[in-house]
Ligand binder design. Structure first.
Ligand SMILES: [Zn+2]
Length: 138
């Protein structure tokens, strides 16, 4: 079974517009088609041309690498959370060793984080170690 999600970009997305490299050079990229083949456990990403057709290029990502690729993409999103611990200031990004058990506090306003005495109030997470210390103190 193949599942497909088609994503269209806004007109002139990105600072210079988005492109893909096909066999005859660069073309305007108006979106991507993301498909998943269950039996192969592979995700394929292919570009949409300005004519709304699939461009003749693509990339395949193995299922076990999907989370790492998504985390890398999310780190570039304009409204992505600041991936540091609000208590110790250490990174809680994917690959930091503190990603899996981090606790999100992104919903708190920065003023609330300052008022509650967090040393790194711009951080949107608490790492597992700091969360354990905070729990034992309260
Ligand atoms: Zn911490």
């Amino acid at each position: 079974m193949i599942n497909i999600v088609n994503l269209k970009f806004k007109e002139e997305a990105g600072a210079r517009g988005t492109r893909f490299l096909g066999r005859n050079g660069y073309y305007k990229c108006h979106g991507v088609s993301v498909s998943f083949e269950n039996h192969a456990e592979i995700v394929s990403i292919e570009p949409f041309t300005s004519k709304g057709t699939i461009g003749r290029c693509g990339i395949e990502i193995p299922a076990e690498a999907i989370k790492a690729v998504v985390c890398a993409l999310m780190s570039f999103a304009p409204d992505s959370p600041v991936e540091i611990c609000a208590e110790c200031g250490e990174s809680v990004k994917w690959g930091s060793g503190r990603f899996v058990n981090r606790v999100p506090i992104a919903d708190d306003l920065i003023e609330e984080k300052v008022d509650s005495g967090r040393p790194y109030p711009h951080g949107d997470f608490v790492c597992h170690e700091c969360d354990s210390i905070r729990d034992s103190e309260s």
